[in-house]
Design a protein around this ligand. Structure first.
Ligand SMILES: Nc1ncnc2c1ncn2[C@@H]1O[C@H](COP(=O)(O)OP(=O)(O)O)[C@@H](O)[C@H]1O
Ligand SMILES: [Mg+2]
Length: 246
């Protein structure tokens, strides 16, 4: 499998505390990967480093077939390189419809301005319809986004990220606050998305992780403690001690 992202020997300290400690791992170009581990293991900090929000003290973060180092790049530039990130709190425009939110997010459009002053082109509307179908909101296109349920807002935000056509999608604890049915729908959206891009999901819900059906990386104290299938890592004694057995 072609490697899309390679993190090697990365460390970062906050006030002398090593949140990421010589972290190394790789993500393939069309791979789904789950990251699990106890609170404070460094999962969110890993995403902060990849997206350029946090600069590591040491190590390398290498991207794509041109082996571009992401470390010197701004957050905006890294996003343009194709790294999308979903935060826990959805950031949809509540006063706009689902369709308007998706239109604004399209890659070849330039922000809210164009939605206000131009009639959307047929191709844009077709792409929005496709995205709405991918996230299961086809029958909600005219709804005001503020009226959507928590789960639907999360899906809309995933749709807005997919509209940017990222090559890597980072998703931090998507299942939090969702009903079991919403969680199931979220897994199917992510599984579908990972067919054509890399998707990295941090999640504590083991049922959710099982449904992703992917390789799992266990982080502990800022390093990889175990990696492999969910059955493989959950049978690991150290993983049970630091995470599962609590
Ligand atoms: N910007 C920051 N400043 C200070 N400490 C931080 C910062 N970001 C993360 N940390 C610390 O780094 C450790 C790892 O945090 P985090 O990556 O959020 O863990 P996780 O997402 O696995 O729960 C924690 O001890 C956290 O308090
Ligand atoms: Mg976190």
């Amino acid at each position: 499998m072609t490697t899309l992202l390679e993190v090697s020997g990365v460390s970062v300290s906050f006030d002398g505390f090593r949140a990421i400690n010589n972290l190394s791992f790789q993500i393939g170009a069309a791979e789904m990967r789950a990251i699990i581990g106890p609170n404070g293991a460094g999962k969110t900090t890993f995403m902060d480093i990849v997206t350029g929000k946090t600069k590591p003290d040491e190590g390398r973060v290498i991207w794509g077939e041109r082996s571009l180092s992401l470390l010197g790049l701004s957050e905006a530039r890294i996003a343009r390189e194709g790294v999308g990130r979903k935060f826990q709190k959805p950031t949809v425009f509540e006063d706009q419809s689902v369709q308007e939110n998706l239109l604004m997010a399209l890659k070849d459009r330039r922000g809210p301005f164009s939605v206000l002053f131009y009639r959307p082109q047929r191709a844009h509307l077709a792409r929005v319809a496709e995205l709405a179908n991918e996230i299961g909101l086809s029958d909600q296109l005219r709804r005001k986004s503020g009226e959507l349920s928590h789960g639907q807002k999360q899906w809309l935000e995933i749709g807005m990220l997919l509209a940017q056509e990222p090559r890597l999608l980072l998703v931090d604890e998507p299942a939090a606050g969702m009903t079991p049915a919403e969680r199931e729908h979220t897994t199917s959206i992510l599984v579908e998305a990972a067919k054509t891009r890399a998707v990295v999901v941090v999640e504590h819900d083991m049922e959710f992780v099982r449904r992703l059906g992917c390789k799992v990386t266990v982080l502990h104290e800022g390093s990889v403690l175990a990696e492999g299938s969910l059955d493989h890592v959950t049978a690991n004694k150290e993983v049970i001690d630091v995470y599962l057995g609590r």
